[in-house]
Design a protein around this ligand. Structure first.
Ligand code: DGJ
Length: 591
């Protein structure tokens, strides 16, 4: 018994290391792409579904090969298989038409030799709404490369200011450090540089596939006012809504995002007219107008890049408002000078239709979710109408660890990525534990994504039990309460992190359950004997997709057969560093 467990434990960690990351590069000629499986969209790398267990570097970490050298081994050790790294337009094209890919080549080379994939973040026209990454030859030539403008009554308010310098209301028009979307010169310069980069990536990495995803710009959107008020913007706003958008809305009238459809409906479902005639007079219309202009601009940039190397492109959103676009429309125009606008027109979930109509070359709209309370809600808002879930920025630590499992199990996510992962000196053990588990389960998760035979639960410490239907049973998942103290009261868990677990129906009466901090009970949801019991529960691990059993669990470990209990492995046979349990459960029915 003991010998087997030890060999099982050692075997697990040794081979698990092999299973993670990209030592599985099969040299397939297929470039990274997206593929449908049932209701899911999967990222395919080297011909196989790939779950991006990712982390995002600090904004400028990858602008220095030397600065990154000590980071790569730490990132690999922390069980990442993908790193999100910023690429600066100014660094790539310091002089117009003169491209320098030295640093980018070094980053791709070092990621590759650390068995890590890359999602490159094209920091170009915009980063957090403003334009700090265009090269000086663009910034300086503001006649050729015009800025967006705000106007009287509005306050130039870089929202995410770190300095408390007071801001003064604007008299007349003021240019802000934000390239206008209404300039073909801005767009074409960005597209030209982006295409050059994509052509280069194809040349240097077209067979290795280190680079698997591209993020276009970063958290775009207008700020300092409800819309750009430059002359070009005002002319466009006074003009008719483009036919391409009206055609799209009419073709998709019954499947539009409901919150967006409400705005169009409230204004009478008109099929032509000015922006305010079609969508009504409110900041919501300004946002729809801006969303169209950003989508058009970024669609063209993405198209130029894909013409060179068509790997998947996503756009990340800053999530500036919790209110829906319909609620913004209902509120109507705000008195001048009050609101703090930022990321107006960015890829918000309820702007999916506008972005699809304007920039279909952008494959995925992605939320940067920093909010704790609304994490689940944002996942649901972004994972709909065929938009796959990819979270480029979020929190790490115990919360991140729980959320990672949840998004892959419940939302067929393509990728999950806490922000600033190279900032902390020590690896994030909680996240590493979760990534280690997900990489073990990766082949099984890929097999079940989009088939309705897999789900997951994320529970806060005081959340009530949750019921989910997976396969032939309804699972009731509850937070595992620490045993009551002899005095009878249970120790408070107010500050405990969320817990999560994934459930995969691998047979009519069989499940793989994985995670920690929960109990699970089962009840049949098909005709037959009404009660379900645990026939067998086995703890174990997957090595290269193959199940390696460990202990058989009953008694204390299943509360005398009442529940499956997923807790952090402990004791002699707990694989070092593992923070979550994997169990194979078979059920029987009785009356
Ligand atoms: C969100 C942005 O997308 C990131 O690049 C970074 O600026 C964080 N905010 C703040 O660190």
């Amino acid at each position: 018994m003991k010998a087997r467990n030890l060999s099982w434990g050692a075997l697990v960690c040794g081979l698990a290391l092999l299973a993670t990351g990209c030592s599985t590069r099969s040299g397939s000629t297929e470039i990274p792409h997206l593929r449908k499986q049932g209701t899911a969209t999967q990222l395919i790398v080297d011909g196989k579904p790939f779950l991006a267990l990712a982390g995002e570097l600090g904004n400028n970490s990858a602008t220095s090969v030397e600065c990154m050298k000590p980071a790569w081994p730490k990132l690999a050790e922390a069980k990442f298989n993908t790193v999100l790294a910023g690429v600066s337009w100014a660094q790539i094209e310091p002089q117009e038409g003169k491209f320098d890919f030295t640093v980018l080549d070094g980053i791709i080379r070092d990621a590759h030799s650390s068995n890590l994939h890359l999602a490159l973040l094209w920091f170009a026209s915009w980063k957090n709404g403003l334009s700090s990454y265009p090269p000086p030859w663009v910034k300086k030539d503001f006649d050729r490369f015009p800025r967006a403008q705000i106007t009287g009554g509005e306050t130039p308010w870089p929202v995410l200011t770190i300095s408390e310098v007071p801001h003064v209301p604007v008299v007349g028009n003021l240019s802000i450090e934000l390239l206008s979307t209404f300039s073909d010169a801005n767009r074409d310069a960005d597209a030209h540089a982006f295409a050059a980069m994509m052509r280069h990536i194809k040349e240097v990495d077209g067979r290795e596939h280190t680079v698997i995803l591209i993020q276009l710009e970063n958290e775009v959107g207008f700020q300092g006012g409800s819309r750009d008020r430059s002359p070009a913007a005002n002319t466009a706003f006074a003009g008719p809504v483009p036919t391409e958008l009206m055609d799209y809305l009419q073709q998709h009238k019954d499947t539009l995002i409901p919150e967006f459809r409400q705005v169009w409906e409230a204004a009478g479902f008109k099929t032509s007219g000015t922006w305010e005639e079609v969508f009504g007079e409110s900041p919501a219309t300004d946002e729809i107008f801006e969303a169209w202009s950003y989508a058009r601009y970024m669609g063209r940039v993405a198209g130029a890049g894909k013409a060179e190397y068509p790997i998947p492109i996503f756009a990340n959103a800053a999530l500036p408002r919790a209110a829906t676009i319909a609620e913004v429309a209902k509120k109507g125009r705000e008195p001048a000078g009050t609101p703090r606008y930022f990321a107006v027109g960015g890829p918000m979930a309820d702007m999916l239709d506008v972005w699809r109509a304007g920039g279909p070359q952008v494959d995925v709209l992605s939320p940067d979710i920093y909010s704790d309370r609304e994490f689940v809600a944002w996942c649901e808002k972004y994972h709909r109408n065929g938009n796959p879930l990819l979270i480029p920025e979020t929190r790490g630590g115990p919360e991140g660890a729980a959320r990672a499992l949840y998004v892959f199990g419940r939302h067929d996510a393509i990728g999950f990525s806490p922000m600033g992962v190279d900032r902390s000196a020590t690896p994030d053990q909680d996240l590493a534990g979760s990534y280690e588990l997900i990489s073990q389960l990766a082949p099984l998760i890929a097999e079940h994504q989009g088939t309705g035979t897999m789900s997951a639960v994320l529970l806060g410490p005081n959340d009530p039990p949750q019921k989910i239907q997976v396969g032939n049973y309804t699972l009731e998942v509850a937070v595992l309460r620490p045993r009551r103290a002899p005095s009878g009261e249970s120790p408070s868990q107010a500050t405990a992190p969320s817990v999560s677990a994934i459930f995969i129906a691998t047979g009519p009466d069989e499940y793989i359950a994985a995670g920690s901090g929960v109990t699970v009970s089962f009840s049949p949801n098909t005709p037959g004997p009404p009660l379900a019991g645990l026939a067998s529960v086995e703890e174990g691990a997957f090595v290269n997709g193959r199940w390696v059993p460990g202990r058989g669990l009953a008694g204390d470990e299943s509360d005398e057969g009442q529940y499956v209990i997923l807790r952090r492995p402990s004791g002699c046979c707990a694989p070092p560093g593992s923070t979550k349990s994997i169990q194979r459960v078979t059920l029987y029915r009785y009356r």
